[in-house]
Ligand binder design. Structure first.
Ligand SMILES: Cc1ncc(COP(=O)(O)O)c(C=O)c1O
Ligand SMILES: C[C@@H](O)[C@H](N)C(=O)O
Length: 353
């Protein structure tokens, strides 16, 4: 039992907070680089080749962020004026990307409810499809976006069978399918299914390097050669064409090699912490819903002490977490959280509640 006598810092705000490891820094220091706008950075090419193989797609491209990866993907699929994308009402693209698909791409978002398990009902997706021969009042659906794992439903994994069904629906209506796979490696480990099988039905996937696998920067888009050729051009348009990106890609190659195998431990720690928190009488955690590295903790609905207040009090004892809702706290595990950290966090919550 670790009591919070000596304050330590345990950063559970997100899996984006990890610091590059010594092996990443060493790889960055000696990375073989070249100008990736004028030609191809050799280390970027190595990463892109490896990511395309992992995802079972023809090609891949490094981008500075998951937000840019999603934006580029949606804009390529929805390349005609009046295009519409079907996506979750609680999806990252819809909630946390500044409405970029609309403000920068003129794409109309058509939201469908995200269910508690992260899916959107297949029937609701189909009902939302608006075709080119439809009503003159309507935009034309071009794309369906899924998110796996689904962050705002607590890192829930979309089953492969479900994704295959959405892929069949997309084909039936002549639509494309994009997967926001920011945490696709977490889904792969939790489901015990290779990434390439999970995303088999997708025309494009965005994959974060900077989340659970712990690279300092970046994401990758995977898709057909033709798609990635268009993506490379649009990345430049958006200001994402970068020069010696091998420095960043070298860290990502280390992350792939060293940290994908650690994701299972993140999930185990999340489950242990979720079970411990749920044993605290005044807290509520849906432990069964903790499938990967994200935990939602519901605290008592005290108007004088909401999630913001609780997060501030936890910060005073070195536990960094973020409010997810008025009386809900989000905790995100990652490879730089130890078992002792988990015990410390639990003891802090026990003292607070
Ligand atoms: C599901 C999901 N998609 C996309 C992103 C965007 O990634 P980035 O922060 O690198 O823009 C995030 C979070 O960062 C995310 O959680
Ligand atoms: C908030 C969101 O942008 C980020 N991906 C996170 O989960 O921390």
């Amino acid at each position: 039992m670790v009591t919070p006598t000596s304050v330590r810092t345990v950063d559970l705000r997100s899996d984006t907070v990890t610091k590059p490891t010594e092996s990443m820094r060493s790889a960055m220091a000696i990375a073989e680089v070249d100008d990736d706008v004028l030609g191809n950075d050799p280390t970027a090419m190595r990463l892109e080749k490896e990511m395309a193989e992992i995802a079972g797609k023809e090609a891949a491209m490094f981008v500075p962020s998951g937000t840019m990866a999603n934006l580029i993907s949606v804009l390529i699929h929805c390349d005609e004026r009046g295009s519409e994308v079907i996506l979750g009402d609680d999806s990252h693209i819809h909630i946390y990307e500044n409405g970029g698909v609309s403000s920068l791409g003129g794409v109309h978002p058509r939201t469908v409810k995200n269910e508690e398990d992260g899916t959107m009902k297949i029937g609701s997706i189909e009902a939302a499809v608006r075709g080119p021969k439809g009503d003159l009042h309507h935009p034309v659906t071009k794309l369906i976006c899924l998110e796996n794992t689904q962050a705002n439903r607590g890192g829930r994994c979309l089953p492969v069978e479900y994704i295959d069904k959405v892929g069949e629906l997309a084909k039936k209506h002549g639509l494309k399918l994009h997967i926001d796979g920011a945490r696709i490696f977490n889904a792969s480990v939790a489901l015990g299914v290779p990434v390439k099988r999970i995303v088999q039905a997708a025309d494009s996937v965005s994959i974060c390097l900077s989340k659970g696998i712990g690279a300092p920067v970046g994401s990758v888009i995977v898709g057909s050669k033709k798609f990635i050729t268009k993506a490379r051009w649009l990345r430049k348009t958006l200001g994402g064409g970068m020069r010696q990106i091998g420095v960043l890609c070298a860290a990502a190659l280390v992350a792939l090699n060293e940290n994908v195998p650690k994701l299972g431990d993140d999930h185990k720690k999340a489950k242990i912490l979720a079970e411990g928190l749920n044993r605290i009488e005044r807290l509520r955690v849906n432990v069964a819903a903790v499938e990967t590295n994200i935990i939602y903790v519901d605290i008592p609905e005290d108007p004088k002490f909401g999630a913001e207040d609780a997060c501030k009090s936890l910060e005073d004892v070195g536990v960094l977490v973020l409010p997810q809702a008025t009386f809900r706290i989000r905790i995100v595990l990652h490879h730089q959280i130890s078992d002792v950290d988990v015990e410390y966090v639990l003891s802090c919550f026990e003292k607070m509640f």
